[in-house]
Design a protein around this ligand. Sequence first.
Ligand SMILES: [Zn+2]
Length: 293
Amino acid sequence: MSEYVNVRASETLGQEELVSFLKSRFPEATKQIGRTVVEGTECVEVRVPSNSPEFEDIRRFIDARRKQGQRGFSDSTIGWYLRKYTRAELQNAEALRLTIASHFEPSGEECGTIYETLCNHCNWGLQVSDLILDLRRVSQHKDISETIAWVEWVVSSNFVRTFTENKLTGAEFRPIFEFKNPTKQSKDWYQLRVTGKAGGLAETTRLGRDPFSPSQISWRCPLGHSVVTEFLSEIYLQRSTWDGSDIAVTEALFGQGRNLLRPAPLIIISQRMYRTLQEAGFKGFSVEVAHFV
Ligand SMILES: [Zn+2]
């Protein structure tokens, strides 16, 4: 596994100094994000190995400004970890964290799906009706995708068939109804409801605001439902609280929801499920190695 840190700096967030620093320190490696149309809105990104003198230079630069309490440094998450694995590493992992990479809108709630909101702080809620979506907006060539609500996961009928034929465990597939015609159930798309329990995160999992302030958590729901954080390490889970399902979600929820957004768990899959997804050639997700300890 090779680990990198992606650092993103934006002038609109008050990080002008960091933009200049990255451009002068890493003239070759710094990439422009988007097109700067208006002066003072430049956004740049650079990727450096996580254990490198280059990372240390950036860390010192940011740390000094955070210590001074500079806005733009103190209020923002700057950077995240990126891990690249060899094929063998992925195929030898007992479990993997699955991230749904493909998003679409509108969310189910905007199409008439009913939720009961259970917490006003983090917007944790329960979906209490079948999912209704504008299915023309689903990424047609992705077998797994999600709406911008974070908790509405959509899979293709091919995904459902493959999951069932391979006797994988930990999911049920619920009907999705068409926004334009809410009595019509889709034959092509299903809602993935993960029933498998991946249990609790082990303490080895490092949480923090970003790679530059590792001990600080950005936000925690005062009632304890969810946390806003970056994962500074791979995910470690308590083996004793995993139910052994091929697909499972963590007890802990992440993200501060508001309006349409709901805090969401992490999705963990078994090696068997990973191989099945690979062999079927399914698209729309990325994986990282996860560990049961
Ligand atoms: Zn809450």
